[in-house]
Design a protein around this ligand. Sequence first.
Ligand SMILES: Nc1ncnc2c1ncn2[C@@H]1O[C@H](COP(=O)(O)OP(=O)(O)OP(=O)(O)O)[C@@H](O)[C@H]1O
Length: 804
Amino acid sequence: MGDSGDAVMARWLQSAGLQHLATSSAAGAGGADYRGGMPGLGGAGAGSMLSSLLMQGYGPESVEEKHRLYTLLRGLNFNGESAPTSMSEPYTPTAQSFGGGNPVEGFYSPELRGELGAGLLDLHAIDDTELLSEDVASEPFEPSPFMPKDIDDDDEDVISGSQQAPLDNYGLVTSEKESTTRENNVAKIKVVVRKRPLNRKELSRKEEDIITVHDSSCLTVYEPKLKVDLTAYVEKHEFCFDAVLDEHVSNDEVYRETVEPIIPIIFQRTKATCFAYGQTGSGKTYTMQPLPLRAAQDMVRLLHQPVYRNQNFKLWLSYFEIYGGKLFDLLSDRRQLLMREDGKKQVCIVGLQEFEVSDVQIVKEYIERGNAARSTGSTGANEESSRSHAILQLAVKKHIIVKDTRRQRDRDANEAKNTKAVGKISFIDLAGSERGADTTDNDRQTRIEGAEINKSLLALKECIRALDNDQIHIPFRGSKLTEVLRDSFVGNSRTVMISCISPNAGSCEHTLNTLRYADRVKSLSKGGNTRKEQPTGPTTTSSRESSSAPSYSLPAEAEEIPNQIQEKRPVDTYRKGTENFTSNPSAEPDRNSFSMVPNYSNKGREDNGAASGNDRERYDLKSTQTAYTSKAQLVQNSTNTQEEKVTKVSPPRRKAYKEDKSDRQGNYVKKDNGPETGRTGYKIQQAKQLQQQQRPTSASASSRQSEKESSCDDVEIDAILEEEEALIAAHRKEIENTMEIVREEMNLLAEVDQPGSLIDNYVTQLSFLLSRKAAGLVSLQARLARFQHRLKEQEILSRKKPPR
Ligand SMILES: Nc1ncnc2c1ncn2[C@@H]1O[C@H](COP(=O)(O)OP(=O)(O)OP(=O)(O)O)[C@@H](O)[C@H]1O
């Protein structure tokens, strides 16, 4: 041990009034192996040495001394971390003294072990779900091009006194202004709007571009309207967000505006979520698909930095979708996944495969694989539309080097236990936001999708609202989507919402809905959730606000980041490619298929035959309500003989990767539907949710009422879901029974063919087997009929409910 190590050691011992042990420690520890304890580094080194001293019989004589030493050790926290102890002198930690050392091992003094408890000292007790120690965030690191220069507001451990001016990670004083600018870049909730260009179809229908973007943070929607006397006029709606990206903005710029600022803080125990929201065909998938790859590129680059490489940080990827309220692993043959909550109320996705990736090329391959497995269908607005929410997660994990031989033996089997989550970012490509509305005339399958989508979007908004209000109870259980994202919402989290909008006049109503939703989220993120858009006349200005988003404060306590993944499969990632990687060219806008047209000027609406024939128009709220009302009357008048509507939407199939669908209008590749994607069996009350969705700015009283009703609906949905599961289980059982009976029948036939067999015997046994077979079928049929009846009831009820 060097002189500086002695000095550190002496200081630690002195802080506990044990300075007299310093000499013996130096002598005793002379030849000891300190494992992670680098001489002179203090922290883990000192801890390792102290424990070593205890084992070797040097050091404390009295029980009191042992206690002091034990307290000192606990102060070191066995990870090289500092924890204030009652006995130690006030000690200002230095970054150096808390360098990430290894846990103390081999500290098995029976006397102390009893006091500390097995868990504290037993490496086997290290739980994968334990929070990674603070040293991850507080260690010195080299400046990264992406790393914010000022101190992150959550990294309290770097600031040693609350009165001090903020220090950046390099110990420089940061001006308040710089600090705010940085904070804005990584605001808790950031709302960005992206407008896509008019597409070929819209241009051929001579649709107008009704959206102008100004100042890169505001936009105006010119809504074409008709007065009662059929005079055309335009209603103007103005919105401002953290950023508004027009049709000329590339995917790369979108990345820079949205995700890039978050990447460095993922390495500092942050859980981030980036999602795209908007009507079908507005560019959500187009916007979202390139982002994970770009993020992975930057994350891999950061991982190569010595500070993270030395700490054994690794990148892990998983990709799954939520379809019809069920989870499917997109990287594992669409295996159905189960969501479970553990004792710590952490959500685990049982069976989700997670892959270690160290190379961008591999990330790309996984993403392509997952994209190809997604459920898609066609809508009037988008031939290949996402029918599910797809969630791609990139997680940074610290790999723990296991020294213990027993653990090493089990390492392969327990791979999951050897990593600790540091931070993660989830990319969510939400299904089209108006799906609930556009399914009125569609089949049950599509209606269910729509209802599920609306349910989850509402739940998402509710969660954001609850977070904004610092509510203790966040309604994560509102939907599968929010349950899955639970840990991305609590603690140190960041959310980026990209609202995608279509520019054409025919999409105006949906565009306004999307912008109102975004505006709501934005206003929530500012803590003022009472503001509403108030159209006051033909020319309306709404939500005119400053574009900058002050950081909004969530409880920033360190949260445990659980490893949701039950099964892990590290992948050989020894492939080069990071340097050679170039972004997917197809991820850039296809300028050929889109042309930029001049912005809509303030003029009356042209009578646009094409637009009125637009599929989307029949999805608007009014027509939806009319459809529901008329259907409800039909149901009342004609008892229960309602016929199901003929399917108008193609069955779900996999959404092709961007390269395959860069110009879908002309070259559309269809893929077969997987068996799971077509399976549904419950009906959901979508009308209410749809109406809630369509009226985000309604008065809060009615909103509360609708929330209550919506929760009743959820109970009904859950009950039907359970029945569905029971029916499917019964069907499976019935197949097993039938197979068993068929086997017995074969045996019977074999027997009867034998010379001298007794025909009476055969007849009796066959009769018995056939009765069993029939009984099984009858019972399954009865269950099926009950379930069908239940579905019908639901449908009738949903249509009887008056619009709110
Ligand atoms: N900014 C853009 N520039 C060029 N083309 C775009 C842009 N945004 C979307 N597109 C094109 O518009 C079409 C529809 O986009 P996309 O599939 O991303 O919509 P979506 O919102 O994901 O729809 P859905 O919810 O139905 O899945 C695609 O052909 C896509 O290439």
